[in-house]
Every structure is written in C-alpha cells, then in structure tokens.
Design a protein around this ligand. Sequence first.
Ligand code: S3P
Length: 175
Amino acid sequence: MTERRHLVLVGLMGAGKTTVGERCAQLLDRAFVDTDDLVVVQAGMPVDEIWRTGGEARFRELECQAVADVCASPEPLVIATGGGAVLDPDSRSRLRAAGTVVWLRAPAAVLAARVGAGATRPLLAGDPERSLDRLAQLRRETYAAVADHVVDTEGLDPDAVAGAVVALLAGPVGS
Ligand code: S3P
C-alpha cells in the first residue's frame, strides 16, 4: 500500500475544502470523500442536530472515527476534512501519515463572505466573521503543523485553487 497516498485538504469553514476537493478529485481521477458527510451518514442526522443532541464532544467522536476510516482506505482519495478535524492529535497523525496535507487559507472576512449570512454551522452562530477570526487565531498553528503545503485562496476561484493544489502534488514538500 502506498504511504501518504491521499490528498487531504484542511482549513477553516469557508476555505473551500469541499468545492476544491471535488475539483481536485476530477483532475486526479480519484474518489472524493468529505469527513462531514461520513459523520452525517454514521449519525443519521445533520451536523447541527448532532451538535444539538450530543454536543460538540459527540460530533468530535464521530469525526475522529470518520478520519480513521477514510485514512485507512487503500484507494488513493481526495479527502476534505471538517475545519476542526485536525484538533485531535490522533487524527492529525493519521492524516499526515496517510496523505499529503494542504491547508487552504484565507482571511476571516473572505471565509465569512463564502459561508454567507445564513450559515448553519454551530460554531458560526451570531457573527460569522468574528467567530472565524477567533478560530483562526486558535487553530492557525495547528493547521500549520499538520500541513505539507499552504495555498492562499483569496482572490482565486475554485478551479484555480484546485489547479494550484494538484500542481503541488508533483512538487517538493514544503512549498
Ligand atoms: C467545524 C467545521 C465544519 C463542521 C462542524 C465543525 C469546525 O466543517 O465539521 O460544523 O470545527 O471548524 P466545514 O469546515 O466543512 O464547514
């Protein structure tokens, strides 16, 4: 089994992990998986309902399992992670061991504009830009630690970001 066979996208909500991940999967002719989708299927309810009924702890438990499952796939995948999937140290190790990790980064104002005013994500209730700014401060170092590469997405459309991500796969780690 090839080590580090997956392409893993990390970053805050609104970074474009799902949209860009789907396009990367097309470009690479691989299957695409979103850990949030796995969690939803496993729980049989949407993310905000998991959060409401079981709290963040339950959501994170399911998310850790989803990360473990997807990392174990022998087939090379494109994996979009939920924004907080890297918070768990075991998940971080798994993602790094199983894939090339790319951090899609953008300023909080850009992320907030992308998620929109009607954001249903539990962590963005109230003022999304403020929440994203706070999460960026809290998580910046974690994303930097887990990522092999960073792509600054401000001003780029999803196709351009996907092209930049796929180009990184061919180049040396750390660019
Ligand atoms: C979260 C990000 C969300 C989802 C949940 C928690 C986070 O995923 O997993 O609402 O902690 O950043 P996206 O980043 O795909 O929106």
